[in-house]
Design a protein around this ligand. Structure first.
Ligand SMILES: [Zn+2]
Ligand SMILES: [Zn+2]
Length: 122
């Protein structure tokens, strides 16, 4: 099962590389070439399934993930993604980040309650 998926991914990568190579004609502007390359990569990302997308807003970086991959240093924005938490939480470790999330959730809960009180009193 995993081997089949990997083969499909390899085929998709080969197709994208071939598409990128044929796109390298003088008629194609650099922007158009990059747009096509990006589209190909986005297609592979969507088709592959076992991909991890960089958590930074507007970043196009992504990678394949599998067992054992916990950190993904994004080549596009240089952020270190935590695959476990699906977040960028450097320099916190996962435990600290989880605690931080709980704290934030509690803060939001307090905020929600105070907003509710405001609505009640007005
Ligand atoms: Zn990134
Ligand atoms: Zn983490």
């Amino acid at each position: 099962m995993r081997a089949t998926a990997a083969t499909a991914v390899a085929a998709a990568v080969a197709a994208a590389v071939a598409a990128a190579a044929t796109a390298k004609t003088p008629l194609l502007s650099k922007e158009e070439y990059e747009r096509r390359l990006e589209r190909s990569l986005q297609y592979i990302e969507g088709a592959a399934g076992n991909t991890f997308h960089c958590c930074k807003e507007d970043c196009h970086g992504w990678c394949f993930y599998g067992p054992g991959l916990n950190r993904f240093p994004c080549p596009c924005c240089n952020s270190v993604n935590c695959v476990n938490c699906r977040a960028i939480h450097d320099p916190m470790n996962c435990k600290e980040y989880q605690a931080y999330l709980v704290r934030e959730a509690e803060k939001n809960e307090e905020l929600k309650q105070s907003l509710n009180q405001l609505q009640v009193s007005s």
